[in-house]
Design a protein around this ligand. Sequence first.
Ligand SMILES: C[S@@+](CC[C@H](N)C(=O)[O-])C[C@H]1O[C@@H](n2cnc3c(N)ncnc32)[C@H](O)[C@@H]1O
Length: 343
Amino acid sequence: MRGLLRLTAPLPRFLLRPTRATPLTRCASKSNASRPKMASGGDDGEGKRPQFGGRLLTDPRNVFEHNAWDNVVWDEEQEEAARLQVERNSRVSISEEKIEEYERRAAHYWDAFYTVHSNRFFKDRHWLFTEFPELGRDGDDNDDYPGCRATRRILEVGCGAGNTVFPILRADADPALFVYACDFSAAAVSLVRAHADYGAATCHAFVVDVAAGDDPTFPFPDASLDVVACVFVLSAIDPQRAPAAVARLARLLRPGGRLLVRDYGRYDMAQLRFPPGRRIADNFYARGDGTRCYFFSPDDMKALLGGAGLVEESCHVDRRLQVNRGRRLKMYRVWIQCKYRKL
Ligand SMILES: C[S@@+](CC[C@H](N)C(=O)[O-])C[C@H]1O[C@@H](n2cnc3c(N)ncnc32)[C@H](O)[C@@H]1O
């Protein structure tokens, strides 16, 4: 590889002059004058070094005090000389046949390269995290929130006492998983926080009204969740407010993330049992304790979730006959279950 980089024509004289820093000033050193040796880190010269942009050569007499200088300014003479040099070395091209072979056998040549150099040629890129902090643990601008280190994040909306959250946590001890649980009931959130399986390393419960008119805030950034689970919660939200709430939840999902819903379906036994006088709007009722319940048709769900820009993966009605053999009761339950994906 080093042989490939040997220049075939002598360098223009000024390139060898240490009067100002240039990308090739290292060629001026004695041992390197005839062969531009690579800096550690291979042919990109990217060995260990301080962050780019911080080392400026202000006095040309100091040029050899460091291995490299940043933001070197080329004057017109240098630019022109470089252009001529390229013109010179471009006069004769490789034959078409050879060009085709280099393309066809590109992997072969790299294979041969690594067979010769093994892992001794390129050096570890120690500068990675100074130049691209995004690659590191502390790199994300938004990285200071509960669960930010996790690689899989699930939010349960309307978590209640934690009857969905804790089974998820118990089923999956993956340290990369983090579960958020929210509810607009502070009492519910307290129950979750007081649960024996609650721990700040794996779970964060917080109070939020997802249907609040003023865009509710969440303790994590938009597009950061893999899954949002809505288990019997959309039915508790005023159907007029539900579209804005679902749109807000969709924004929390990362592309490819999923919104999972299980809820009451149209004509579920619970709907049929409401006595007259409990109706708020079509298919929307108030229970005796003041909590409310909507009963969804598949079309309702499609409009609600699709309206938030999510794409349907499944939407089906689960009709079940439950039997109380002791009391010889038949209960026709209707639930609706949906999986929608964010593009
Ligand atoms: C039927 S419970 C379901 C609890 C839980 N998801 C489960 O699987 O057991 C409905 C929950 O939704 C919550 N909820 C209703 N409207 C809400 C809203 N706008 N924002 C947040 N939580 C809400 C209620 O406080 C209640 O805890």
